[in-house]
Ligand binder design. Structure first.
Ligand code: ATP
Ligand code: MG
Length: 401
């Protein structure tokens, strides 16, 4: 019955002068998302986008659109002429097919931006509400907390009636001009940090530190699979796999073990900053959450952060593990993250890392390392993989599991 999906922009609508740029980004992304459904059409006005389904199943299209940042909410809608009988009939059909459990209460909310239509929104609410009451059983009006809201929008290009509403991913559409390097481990947190970073309109490039033969090919594969899942939200993405073994060995043999974790993180930061510079990214994102583990105390962050003045984006900083896990489930990374393979930090993790490392001590211990050549060597051995969303859609993300 429904032939349209109405997309509402939310925050972009507030962007004033830059609104056009945001809307263009959003349109391009929506276009990519619906490109493998044949016949779908996209139309837009300044504050809405309309997806004409042309026979495609909305149950397949909506979940794809829910992966697009910048969409605040969506409604399934049917379009009628500017004709009160057609509107009444459309609204009744919409309520009868509201989806989920049959609604017991409803309200009609009309808007009439197209003033040439002679009936006011107030009157429309009454006329349409009365029509629904007369032609249904066991359903009453509740204007405060209805089970279902019938929205009637009289626009210049037709009247749109909707009853099924869906949340969008929110945030802002991703722009290639805002780029940060996401430090991606195989854990639960950093993919979630990547998702939330992208949600604010930022394109990520991922950096993973890999230490063969201490970390296995399968652990690298796990990270690649996580990166692939993130393409659902970010489109095509780059993953830089840094060969970190020499750095780890140098730390093992030269740094007191209670500082090895701190120095390792400082090296990761330095290398990530160098990659950011090389790839014209403006910041670094991590999955750190304050106080979660030894490397994430405020003392540790202070000492680790000393080596870079790039902005560090930490979307999880104030979240509890339970909240992070909830998002990991929602975005589909959790099951891959809990695969048991080792990561380079756990392999080399000392028994008792310092929870209060000092900048002064870190600097002193680092004098025994040739930092610049370690960075250069690691960078020269970095492999970059391109993950293409389209190939993954064609193959089916399900292959990952
Ligand atoms: P995660 O669940 O993301 O692994 P974590 O709780 O295990 O996080 P740490 O191991 O202390 O925390 O790592 C903190 C952050 O440092 C990670 O979220 C990630 O951004 C970065 N990081 C850790 N290990 C690596 C790695 N091997 N490659 C790239 N980044 C890493
Ligand atoms: Mg980890």
């Amino acid at each position: 019955m429904y032939d349209q999906i109405i997309i509402r922009y939310g925050e972009i609508a507030l962007k004033g002068k830059n609104q056009k740029e945001f809307v263009d980004l959003l349109r391009n992304r929506v276009k990519q998302k619906v490109s493998h459904f044949t016949g779908v059409e996209i139309n837009m006005t300044f504050d809405r986008m309309y997806i004409k389904l042309n026979g495609n199943d909305h149950e397949e299209v909506i979940p794809k659109l829910q992966e697009v940042f910048g969409i605040h909410s969506m409604s399934l809608a049917l379009k009628t002429e500017h004709d009160i009988e057609a509107m009444k009939d459309g609204a009744l059909r919409a309520v009868k097919d509201a989806g989920g459990d049959a609604p017991r209460t409803f309200k009609v909310t009309s808007k009439r931006p197209y003033k040439n239509f002679p009936i006011s929104s107030q009157e429309l609410n009454q006329i349409i509400g009365a029509h629904i009451l007369k032609n249904t059983e066991n359903i009453t009006v509740d204007v405060h907390n209805p089970d279902t809201e019938v929205r009637v929008e009289v626009k210049r290009n037709g009247t749109f009636i909707s009853c099924n509403h869906f949340e969008g991913a929110g945030g802002l559409p991703i722009s290639r001009n805002n780029r940060v390097m996401l430090m991606l481990s195989g854990g639960i947190d950093s993919p979630v940090a990547g998702y939330l970073t992208m949600k604010r309109g930022v394109k990520i490039e991922m950096v993973h530190f890999h230490s063969p033969p201490f970390t296995s090919e399968r652990s690298r594969q796990k990270v690649e699979d996580l990166a692939k899942i993130l393409t659902k939200f970010g489109g095509d993405l780059l993953l830089h796999v840094v060969h970190f073994t020499e750095v780890q060995k140098a730390i093992q043999s030269n740094i007191p073990s209670n500082y090895s974790m701190t120095i390792m993180r400082r090296m990761m930061m330095r290398i990530t900053e160098r990659l950011a510079e090389k790839n014209e990214a403006l910041g670094i994102a991590t999955g750190e959450s304050l106080g979660q583990v030894a490397s994430q105390t405020l003392h540790s962050m202070n000492t680790i952060n000393e080596v870079t003045n790039y902005p560090i984006i930490r979307p999880l900083i104030a979240m509890d593990k339970v909240e992070i896990m909830k998002i990991a489930h929602k975005i589909g990374t959790y099951d891959v993250s809990i695969r048991p393979y080792e990561d380079c930090c756990t392999v080399f993790l000392p028994d008792a890392p310092k929870t209060r490392p000092k900048r002064k001590n870190a600097q002193k211990f680092e004098q025994s390392l040739d930092i610049e050549s370690l960075i250069e060597e690691a960078i020269s051995k970095t492999e970059t993989v391109t993950l293409r969303e389209k190939e993954l859609i064609n193959k089916g993300f399900e292959d990952l599991f």
